[in-house]
Design a protein around this ligand. Structure first.
Ligand SMILES: [Zn+2]
Length: 96
């Protein structure tokens, strides 16, 4: 029995062994390409996931999924909450 799945990107129903539907496979590929570029250049250092989302144009939901992949296991994001960003900025001036 093959069950129809709901695409986690667009919400459409599809039947395949993949995480997303056919149409979204291409979008996933483009997102992963951008994310890999940033990870390879280590441009994500000190970023929160929200900032990485803005930098890559990848939604937080998709980022969470991608960062769970084995190839991104070494990616360590700044987990400070946005509420603490004032304090984080103080830290930055200290470093300068
Ligand atoms: Zn889809």
């Amino acid at each position: 029995m093959v069950e129809a799945k709901k695409c986690i990107r667009c919400g459409c129903m599809y039947i395949a062994e993949t995480q997303v539907c056919d149409k979204c496979q291409a979008k996933d590929g483009a997102d992963l390409y951008r994310l890999k570029g940033i990870v390879e250049n280590q441009d994500y250092e000190g970023m929160t996931q929200g900032e990485l989302s803005i930098a890559t144009g990848i939604t937080n939901k998709n980022l969470t999924r991608f960062l769970g992949y084995d190839e991104f296991k070494g990616v360590c994001l700044n987990e400070q909450a946005i509420a603490a960003s004032g304090k984080a900025q103080e830290g930055i001036t200290e470093l300068v």
